[in-house]
Design a protein around this ligand. Structure first.
Ligand code: G3H
Ligand code: 13P
Ligand code: ZN
Length: 311
C-alpha cells in the first residue's frame, strides 16, 4: 500500500468519533517505535515532519524511512508537513511525495493568512495533496517561533466558516487551550480545553475535520524520570488526557503529539546511561528508547485517540 491521503482517514474519524494521532518524526528509531505501536493496535497513522526535522535528517531520508514503515506494516500512513511556514516549503514537500501539508498562516493578519492558505491549497489540490490551515495562536515553541502566553489567542468561531470557504482547506487547526512544548502551564494555571469554542466551531462546520496541536500531556512520571537521572525540567504539565479523549470523540480528527515522545525517549536514554555508564554502542540505548516511544504511542492510541482497530 502506498502512502495514503488524510481525506478518507478524516471522514472515517469524524463519523467514528475518534481521532488519528499525528506524531512528529526525526529518525529511524522514532518512526519504528510509532509504527510498531500502530501496527500492533491496527491504528491509522499520520507521521509528520517539521522544517527542523527536514533540516536534521533531510527530506529524502525521512520519506524513504516512512516508505519503509509502510512496506513493513501495511498500515494506512499519511506523510504530513507540520507547520509549513511559507508556500515554498509546502511546494517542496508536495513535489517530494508528502500526501498532506500544513500551511501555518496563524501568525499573519487574517487576510494574509487567507491569501497564503488559498495559494497553497490551489497548488496542493492540483497535485492531489490535502492541506491543513490554522486560525488562532497557540502558546509555546514550534520550530524557531516562540509565542508567549500573552500573545496566544483562542480561535474566533466567527471566522472559521469564512476561512474554510475562501481558502478551500481540508482541515483546520484551532487554538482552544493546548500549547506547544513541555512547558505549557505555570503553577496555579488550570490546564483545560475550551469545549464551548470547539462546540461552536463544530456547529459552524458540520462534518469538517478539526486539528489540535500542542496535545502532549507531559506525564509527570516521565518528567520525574528525566529529572531523576540528572535532568532539570521544572514543573511542566499539559492538558489532561481525559480532556483530549473527549475532544477526539467530537469534531477533532487529528491530534498532534511530539513532546511526550521526546520525554519518553530521553527518560529512557538517561536511565540507560545512569545504569550502564560505560556502554557506548548506540544500539544498546536506542533499542529501549524505541520501545519507550512504542509504549507511549500505544498508550495514546488507546487512551486518548480511540483509533485502535480503525486502520
Ligand atoms: O510543533 C512543533 C513540533 O513539536 C516540531 O518541533 O520544530 O522542534 O521539530 P520541531
Ligand atoms: P506538543 O509539543 O504538545 O507535543 O505538540 C506537538 C505539535 O503540535 C506538533 O505540531
Ligand atoms: Zn504544532
Amino acid at each position: 500500500m502506498p502512502l495514503v491521503s488524510t481525506k478518507e482517514m478524516f471522514r472515517k474519524a469524524y463519523d467514528g468519533n475518534y481521532a488519528v494521532g499525528a506524531f512528529n518524526v526525526n529518525n529511524m528509531e522514532i518512526i519504528q517505535g510509532i509504527t510498531e505501536a500502530a501496527a500492533s493496535l491496527n491504528a491509522p497513522l499520520i507521521l509528520q515532519v517539521s522544517a527542523g526535522a527536514r533540516k536534521y535528517a533531510s527530506h529524502t531520508y525521512l520519506v524513504k524511512l516512512v516508505e519503509a514503515a509502510v512496506a513493513e506494516t501495511g498500515l494506512p500512513i499519511a506523510l504530513h508537513l507540520d507547520h509549513g511556514a511559507d508556500f515554498e516549503i509546502c511546494k517542496s514537500c508536495i513535489e517530494g511525495g508528502f500526501t498532506s501539508v500544513m500551511i501555518d498562516g496563524s501568525h499573519h493578519a487574517y487576510e494574509d493568512n487567507v491569501a497564503l492558505t488559498k495559494k497553497v491549497v490551489e497548488y496542493a489540490h492540483a497535485h492531489g495533496v490535502m492541506v491543513e490551515g490554522e486560525l488562532g495562536q497557540l502558546a509555546g515553541i514550534e520550530d524557531d517561533v516562540n509565542v508567549s502566553a500573552e500573545d496566544a489567542s483562542y480561535t474566533n468561531p466567527e471566522q472559521v466558516q469564512d476561512f474554510v470557504e475562501r481558502t478551500g482547506v481540508d482541515s483546520l487547526a484551532i487554538a482552544i487551550g493546548t500549547s506547544h512544548g513541555a512547558f505549557k502551564f505555570k503553577p496555579g494555571q488550570e490546564p483545560k480545553l475550551r469545549f464551548d469554542i470547539l462546540e461552536d466551531i463544530a456547529a459552524r462546520l458540520p462534518g469538517f475535520p478539526i486539528v489540535l496541536h500542542g496535545a502532549s500531556s507531559v506525564p509527570q512520571e516521565f518528567v520525574k524520570q528525566v529529572n531523576a537521572y540528572g535532568g532539570n525540567i521544572p514543573g511542566a504539565i499539559g492538558i489532561p488526557e481525559s480532556e483530549l479523549a473527549k475532544a477526539a470523540k467530537m469534531a477533532v480528527c487529528k491530534i498532534n503529539i511530539d513532546s511526550d515522545l521526546r520525554l519518553a525517549m530521553t527518560a529512557s536514554i538517561r536511565k540507560y546511561f545512569a545504569e550502564n555508564p560505560s556502554h557506548f554502542d548506540p544500539r544498546q540505548y536506542l533499542a529501549p528508547a524505541r520501545t519507550a516511544i512504542r509504549d507511549m504511542v500505544a498508550h495514546k492510541i488507546v487512551n486518548v485517540l480511540g483509533c485502535d482497530n480503525k486502520a
